[in-house]
Design a protein around this ligand. Structure first.
Ligand code: PHE
Length: 355
C-alpha cells in the first residue's frame, strides 16, 4: 500500500514540473504501460491477503484515476499554452507605420479609358473589344466606305499585305460591325482601343486611342445622341456646365454626320473647359447609315441608332494639361511618375473620377 502512495506522490510532483507532450507521454508509459508501475501493482492484487485485497484494489483504482486525470489535464494545459504562444507570435502589429508606396503608376491613357468606361457604364453601355489587326471589310467596306474613298489611301492606312486585305485598324468603328454581326439588336456598347494611321507630329501619333460608341434600338434619334454626349463631356471634365456645338460633317458610315466641339478658354496658361470663346474638336458622330445596318442584316425599318468616335488621347491631354501627344508614347519614367495615377485609385463615378 505504501508503494501506491509513493508512486502517486512521486508522479503527482513530477507532473507539477514544466513538461513537453512527449515527456508526459513517457510518464503515461511509465505508469500504465505493459511494464508500468501501476500496471505492475494491478498484477499484485491476487497476492494480497484476502482481508486487505478489496481495500488495496479500491485504493489502487483511485490512484490510477487520479493520475490519469492529472495527466489528461496536463496535456490540455500544454496544448493550450502552445496555441496561445502561436497566436501571440502570429499577431499583426497594426501600429507599425505603413511603407510608402512608390513604384508603378497608371498611364494617363489607361486612366482615361477607365474613366470613360465608368461614365458610359453608368448609363447602360457595355464594353466591347476588337483586334488591332483588322480586315479591309470590317474597317472599310462594311462601314459604307467605297473603294475609292480617300481614307483608304496608302498614306493613311498601314496595310499588312500587298493585296490590302489585312491592315492595322484606322479607327475603332470596325468594332461596330463585329458587335452587330455576332448578336441581335438592341446594341448599346462602347469600344475603347488602339488605332493606327500613318501620321506623326505634335498632335498626331501613328498609334493613338479611340473609343467607339454605338446605340442601336427602336426609336433612337439625334436627340439621344446629343443628350448622351452632353452627359459624357460634363461627367468626364467634372463640370456642371458645358458649351458644346455640333458641326455638320461627313463620314461614309453615318448620315447625318457631325463633329462636336467644346468651348474652352486659356486662363493663366491653363485650359478651362466649358467657358470662353474658343472651340476644340473632340469627336465625330452621327446616325448610323442604313447601308451599314443592311450590311449586318439589321432591319432598318425597325432599328436605327447613333454612333460616335472619340479621340481618347486628346481628351486626356485636355483634362490633365499635357501639351505634346508624343510624350504619351516616349516611355519616360519621370514623365509617367509626374502624370501617372495611383494603381489603387480606380476611377468610379460615385467617388469622383480623377481625385
Ligand atoms: N471613325 C470616325 C473617325 O475615326 C469617327 C466616327 C465614329 C464618326 C462613329 C462617326 C461615327 O474619325
Amino acid at each position: 500500500m505504501s508503494d501506491i502512495k509513493k508512486i502517486k506522490d512521486e508522479f503527482l510532483s513530477k507532473l507539477k514540473n514544466q513538461l513537453t507532450i512527449s515527456e508526459v507521454n513517457q510518464i503515461k508509459t511509465d505508469l500504465f504501460g505493459k511494464k508500468g508501475l501501476i500496471s505492475s501493482e494491478f498484477k499484485k492484487i491476487s497476492q494480497v491477503d484476502e482481508n486487505n485485497r478489496k481495500k488495496f484494489a479500491v485504493q489502487l483504482n483511485e490512484v490510477k484515476e487520479e493520475l490519469q486525470e492529472r495527466i489528461d489535464s496536463k496535456i490540455n494545459e500544454i496544448q493550450n499554452a502552445e496555441i496561445n504562444e502561436k497566436l501571440i507570435k502570429e499577431k499583426i502589429d497594426i501600429t507599425l507605420p505603413s511603407r510608402p508606396y512608390i513604384k508603378g503608376k497608371i498611364h494617363p491613357v489607361s486612366q482615361t479609358i477607365d474613366e470613360i468606361s465608368s461614365i458610359f457604364s453608368e448609363i447602360g453601355f457595355s464594353v466591347e473589344e476588337g483586334p488591332d489587326v483588322e480586315n479591309e471589310y470590317n474597317n472599310f467596306t462594311a462601314l459604307n466606305t467605297p473603294d475609292n474613298h480617300p481614307a483608304r489611301d496608302m498614306h493613311d492606312t498601314f496595310y499588312l499585305d500587298r493585296n490590302k486585305h489585312k491592315l492595322l485598324r484606322t479607327h475603332t468603328s470596325p468594332v461596330q460591325i463585329r458587335t452587330m454581326l455576332k448578336d441581335k439588336p438592341p446594341f448599346k456598347i462602347i469600344a475603347p482601343g488602339r488605332t493606327y494611321r500613318s501620321d506623326s507630329d505634335q498632335t498626331h501619333s501613328p498609334m493613338f486611342h479611340q473609343v467607339e460608341g454605338l446605340n442601336i434600338d427602336k426609336d433612337i434619334n439625334m436627340g439621344h445622341l446629343k443628350g448622351c454626349l452632353n452627359y459624357f463631356i460634363k461627367e468626364f471634365f467634372e463640370v456642371d456646365k458645358i458649351r458644346m456645338r455640333f458641326r455638320p460633317s461627313h463620314f461614309p458610315f453615318t448620315e447625318p454626320s457631325a463633329e462636336v466641339d467644346i468651348g474652352y478658354e486659356i486662363k493663366n496658361e491653363k485650359i478651362i473647359i466649358g467657358e470662353g470663346e474658343k472651340w476644340l474638336e473632340i469627336l465625330g458622330c452621327g446616325m448610323v447609315h442604313p447601308n451599314v445596318l443592311k450590311n449586318v442584316k439589321i432591319d432598318t425599318k425597325t432599328y436605327q441608332g447613333y454612333a460616335f468616335g472619340i479621340g481618347i488621347d486628346r481628351l486626356a491631354m485636355l483634362k490633365y494639361g499635357i501639351n505634346d501627344l508624343r510624350s504619351f508614347f516616349d516611355c519616360d519614367y519621370r514623365w509617367l511618375n509626374h502624370f501617372g495615377f495611383d494603381p489603387l485609385d480606380v476611377p468610379t463615378n460615385y467617388r469622383g473620377l480623377s481625385r
